[in-house]
Design a protein around this ligand. Structure first.
Ligand SMILES: [Zn+2]
Length: 51
């Protein structure tokens, strides 16, 4: 099983976790839609910033 990133620290201070990269991307996009209206990131960008 390849290593999957599971934590994204949003610039607003929020920590977003997902058990898999798919879930992390999903949660990050939901957080952006809720808290940062108008700001969206591509999957690649989210995973680039995640650890
Ligand atoms: Zn945020």
């Amino acid at each position: 099983m390849p290593y999957q990133k599971s934590l994204l620290r949003c610039p607003c201070g929020e920590e977003i976790r997902g058990e898999t990269e798919d879930l992390l991307v999903e949660k990050a996009q939901a957080h952006l839609a809720e808290q940062h209206e108008g700001r969206t990131y591509e999957r690649e960008m989210i995973l680039f910033m995640a650890t």
